[in-house]
Design a protein around this ligand. Structure first.
Ligand code: CA
Ligand code: CA
Ligand code: CA
Ligand code: CA
Length: 317
């Protein structure tokens, strides 16, 4: 028992150091379609013109991705990318730093989400397009040099804040103008993985009273590989939980997670199969029709995936 808690303490320290080293980073998400801002804990769509050609793309050009403010709101509310919804327009607080007083208009405003992105994440300089900054993170975005809407209308309902990525300026403009719609959402989207509970079985039947362990595969694919280019694990197997059950630990001298790397579905992509202690399952009951595996990559990115289940026994003697 003592050696286990010591080990947990060591792991905690490693994670703390890691968080410090990635502060102020932008990280690709959803296969590069989105970007996670670790400072603000928000996820941007990589493309501020992603609504181009949608039914919300109004104005003379229905395929330029520029919309009136009301259409912009409607588009982000309707948006689903992968399995991820809850998108919104970027936020602009009514109070900003001294430069932006008495109202948050002007240059060098960094409280707003777009101001933070321009000045602090993408190293933009007031008066110059963000694409001139040379910041390496520019490569994460498609066409970032736009004028984009903010979520909150100004004191007049006819006006809303915009942020100009060509100049670093934050100003109110008429909501009837056509501006870019840079969808963002609170939190990290992580990775949605394809999961196969009990590889080789389609029924995925689970006896919750079993003293055994249930194999669950996280499937590799061309958009998500379970091993990196050096064949090192990308998934932190100790972080994995299947319906709250941890991975079975085996080995007395060298305790390790009972996991293996193999291609369980014959698609030539290596999959990660881990075995979860059945009696530790607490996240599902006899009524469950699906179960979720969740955890983290070794770089801290959340990962989860869900598959169907059929519970054959849940009342144990
Ligand atoms: Ca348009
Ligand atoms: Ca940067
Ligand atoms: Ca299965
Ligand atoms: Ca495979």
């Amino acid at each position: 028992m003592k050696s286990f808690s010591m080990r947990g303490f060591g792991i905690g320290l490693v994670i703390l150091v890691w968080i410090g080293s990635v502060n102020a980073d932008l990280l690709p998400r959803l296969g590069g379609v989105a970007v996670y801002d670790t400072d603000r804990d928000i996820t941007w769509l990589a493309d501020p013109l992603a609504g181009a050609g949608s039914t919300f793309d109004d104005g003379a050009d229905p395929s330029d991705g520029l919309m009136t403010w009301a259409s912009a709101q409607a588009w982000v509310e309707s948006l689903t990318v992968g399995n991820v919804s809850d998108w919104r327009l970027p936020r602009t607080p009514i109070q900003d730093d001294n430069i932006c007083q008495p109202v948050p208009s002007g240059f060098n405003c960094t409280n707003s989400e777009l101001g933070h992105l321009f000045y602090e994440e993408l190293s933009g300089i007031a008066g110059s397009p963000v694409t001139d900054s040379g910041d390496q993170d520019l490569a994460l975005f498609d066409s970032p040099a736009v004028i984009a809407w903010s979520e909150i209308p100004y004191f007049s309902p006819e006006q809303a804040y915009t942020f100009n990525m060509l100049t670093g300026g934050q100003f109110t403009q008429s909501i009837a103008l056509y501006r870019a719609v840079w969808a963002v959402r609170t939190g990290d989207v992580g990775i949605i993985a394809t999961v196969d509970i009990k590889p080789g079985s389609d029924s995925n039947s689970i006896n919750l009273c079993s003293n055994g362990a249930i194999p669950v595969a996280i499937l590799g694919s061309d958009t998500f590989e379970v091993l990196d280019e050096n064949n090192n694990p990308r998934i932190d197997t100790e972080s994995l939980r299947f319906a709250e059950a941890a991975v079975k630990v085996v080995g007395k001298k060298d305790p390790h997670s009972l996991c293996s790397y193999e291609d369980v579905n014959g698609d030539s992509f290596i999959d990660l199969v881990c075995h979860y202690v059945t009696t530790d399952i607490a996240g599902i009951d006899g009524e469950a029709t699906s179960a979720t595996v969740n955890g983290e990559l070794v770089d801290g990115t959340p990962i989860e995936g869900t598959d169907s289940v059929s519970i054959v026994k849940d009342t144990c003697n």
